[in-house]
Design a protein around this ligand. Structure first.
Ligand code: AP5
Ligand code: MG
Length: 215
């Protein structure tokens, strides 16, 4: 099973991808998490550039992103299927993905689009807490950790992502409109999008995703 999760920053893609990966036993591929790992202790020019681009809230160049995903989906844990969370984010990325899947004769089962109001996105991002090692995502109000500031799974300290600061959030929303909204049109043309109300609670959104998949 191959699933794509598309939606604006803070829509809940990462939160649901983790649950879906557990539910269906498939790999979770988050390009954002991969880039955060690459830029954690930036040494090379490329790592430093990735860090700067992410902090600003811009997109990493397509060639770098596509190369990373191409390698990742060849790994054995992707054989049973995978969830792409945050990829594709540009039309060229979507076109290359179609070719990659065609070459290995694997169909794209679902493209889920998370629809969430801007006001809710800002609130979700402002309260998000992130565990850099386990990659778990919390929220101060909507999904607090059991012990304040610590990851439930690893006990590591939770941090605020640089790109969750208000200026970066505003910028990321405009980047989404300019560069990622055309990806929605790309999949719409071939009627491959399933729109999802992302305004419900985490459990409600998860239930509607599973209902759609289990149909
Ligand atoms: P990435 O990490 O992918 O960021 P994003 O897609 O913009 O989305 P976020 O991770 O910000 O939000 P999310 O939808 O996962 O929401 P979450 O579940 O955390 O990308 C970061 C950067 O990497 C990009 O800016 C770019 O530089 C680079 N990059 C990545 N992929 C790239 C690509 N393909 N091409 C080029 N560059 C790329 O939830 C948000 C918060 O809300 C959490 O606190 C959560 O607890 C809470 N929450 C979730 N669901 C609900 C709910 N239903 N109700 C209430 N609260 C909720
Ligand atoms: Mg995410």
């Amino acid at each position: 099973m191959i699933l794509l999760l598309i939606g604006p920053p803070g829509a809940g893609k990462g939160t649901q991808a983790l649950r879906l990966a557990n539910q269906y036993g498939i790999a979770h591929i988050s390009t954002g998490d991969m880039f955060r790992d690459i830029s954690k202790n930036p040494q090379t020019a490329l790592e430093k550039e990735v860090k700067e681009i992410m902090t600003r809230g811009d997109l990493i160049p397509d060639d770098v992103t596509i190369g990373l995903v191409e390698e990742r989906i060849k790994r054995p844990d992707c054989e049973k299927g995978f969830i792409l969370d945050g990829f594709p984010r540009t039309v060229p990325q979507a076109e290359v993905l179609d070719k990659m899947l065609e070459n290995v004769h694997k169909p794209l089962d679902y493209v889920f689009l998370f629809e969430v109001d801007d006001e809710a996105l800002v609130e979700r991002k402002a309260g998000r807490l992130f565990a850099p090692q386990s990659k778990r995502v919390y929220h101060k109000t909507y999904n607090p950790p059991k012990e304040p500031g610590k990851c439930d799974e690893t006990g590591e300290n939770l941090i605020q992502r640089d790109d969750d600061k208000p200026e970066a959030t505003r910028h990321r929303l405009s980047v989404y409109q300019k560069q990622t909204a055309p990806v929605i049109a790309y999949y719409d043309e071939t009627k491959r999008i399933t729109r999802l109300d992302g305004m419900g609670s985490m459990d409600e959104v998860f239930t509607s995703l599973c209902e759609e998949i289990d149909k």
